[in-house]
Ligand binder design. Structure first.
Ligand code: A2P
Length: 271
């Protein structure tokens, strides 16, 4: 059988394409999720938690770009991204087929609200994610500044199935032997994974577990207060809205780079 027409329709990104970066590694976690690493341009700087626009060329040779959180900490030499595969998604239906040695486009203008500067000082920081929304937190939990700013960090991650927690589970293990942050993380980081559609040690949507108080009971922590707690949120549109409401009900005020507050929200990329 002939190859699908797909390869012939879309111009290939190569080293001559503007803002192209070389793919170094690709890992498929499940049939719906994959992560990949690209080389870091020498002059590229970003703050942990920020996103960049990445993508491929469309059939007219124009860049087809989406916002992707950088999953690497600011000091890492390679840049990692974590993505869903959407069968009919204009970008991810093709991006999921990239291989080491291929090139993709990465615009070098990082931005985003999930940055430490957007939060006022406090005792604890909750990083709350669903699905690929954990990517910016993969960056932040490897940034020593997070542990300098907070006494305790809680990474709560909800996925449909156990295998979809693989990425954050691997990360929480890997951190234990990371010379830069292992000690701080061992003292301050709590990983709180949950599933919603497959049996697991802890089940339920993270929003429901917060609302019912189960999460606080499990961790033996007080309910949120504006004085002690900060929250960073990254998930689907609906999850973000539900989380935002929970934060506001607890008296937390949304922050931004220009006006730091008690919680910040960013939509995880889908498509
Ligand atoms: P559920 O299985 O109950 O839909 P997805 O893979 O679709 O992006 O979902 C990732 C996780 O986010 C799933 O566990 C899903 O739970 C959960 N989720 C979806 N919508 C919300 C929401 N509004 N609040 C909290 N969690 C949500």
């Amino acid at each position: 059988m002939a190859q699908p027409a797909q390869n012939m329709i879309f111009p290939v990104v190569d080293e001559h394409t503007q803002d192209s970066v070389r793919v170094l590694d690709v890992r498929h976690w499940t049939d719906r999720l994959f992560s990949f690493e690209v080389e870091r341009p020498a002059s590229f700087r970003f703050r942990s938690g920020e996103f960049v626009m990445i993508g491929l060329l469309d059939q007219n040779g124009r860049p087809l770009l989406r916002a992707y959180s950088i999953a690497s900490p600011f000091w890492e030499e390679k840049l990692q991204f974590y993505s869903i595969k959407v069968a009919n998604g204009p970008l991810t239906s093709r991006l999921q087929h990239i291989k080491p040695g291929d090139h993709i486009i990465m615009r070098q203008k990082p931005t985003g609200t999930l940055v430490l500067d957007a939060l006022l000082p406090a005792k604890r920081c909750y990083l709350v994610a669903t699905g690929t929304g954990v990517a910016p937190f993969a960056s932040l939990i490897r940034d020593p500044e997070l542990y300098e700013r907070f006494d305790q960090v809680i990474l709560a991650h909800s996925c449909r199935e156990v295998a979809e927690l693989g990425y954050s589970m691997a990360l929480s293990e890997q951190i234990k032997s990371d010379p830069l942050i292992a000690e701080m993380a061992a003292e301050k980081l709590v990983y709180y994974p949950t599933t919603t559609r497959e049996s697991f040690s802890r089940m339920g949507r993270v929003t429901n577990l917060i609302e019912s108080g189960a999460l606080f009971d499990d961790l033996d922590l007080p309910h949120w207060s504006a004085e002690a707690d900060r929250v960073m949120i990254c998930g689907s549109m609906n999850m973000n809205l539900d989380m935002k409401q929970l934060c506001q009900e607890a008296g937390l005020v949304e922050g931004a780079n220009s006006a730091p507050g008690h919680f910040v929200v960013e939509k995880a990329f889908v498509g």
